[in-house]
Design a protein around this ligand. Structure first.
Ligand SMILES: [Zn+2]
Length: 141
């Protein structure tokens, strides 16, 4: 593999990016939590007993929500879904693993009868749109 040697500068940049994205992810998750509460829906966090450990889920109501970081989960056509210029092969492989894992978890949940919602971190700040979308997807009148 080419360009896999450790580069301190790259690591620093990547760490900063990761920290920023983790922050954004938390923010996005809070927005989803607020939206679900607004709809009167209870949920549990990080439900490890379900495929892919959904960030939020309610087994009785049969829904699962993944709040995906645009960078880590490579949101299609999103400006945040950049691929680092250093160690490109490493990152491409890593993202591919993430995407496959996501797709499999969603497939398994749907097969088990769950309604699955993926909320991207870049969408979450638009809370009104998020509410409409959650309401529609969860079939709440
Ligand atoms: Zn995005």
């Amino acid at each position: 593999m080419r360009g896999t040697s450790l580069c301190t500068q790259t690591d620093n940049i990547t760490s900063a990016r990761m920290a920023r994205i983790r922050q954004a992810g938390t923010h996005a998750e809070l927005a989803v939590r607020a939206a679900l509460r607004c709809l009167g829906l209870s949920y549990r966090l990080n439900v490890r007993s379900l495929p892919g450990s959904p960030d939020l889920a309610n087994k009785r109501r049969g829904f699962a929500v993944f709040v995906q970081g645009c960078f880590w989960h490579q949101h299609t056509a999103c400006a945040r879904a950049t691929i680092p210029k250093r160690n490109t092969e490493f990152w491409t492989a890593k993202f591919e693993v993430n995407r496959k894992r996501d797709a499999r978890a969603i497939r398994e949940l749907r097969q088990a009868g769950y309604r699955v919602i993926v909320v991207w971190e870049c969408q979450a700040p638009r809370s009104a749109a998020l509410l409409v979308r959650l309401r529609r997807l969860l079939w709440i009148a």
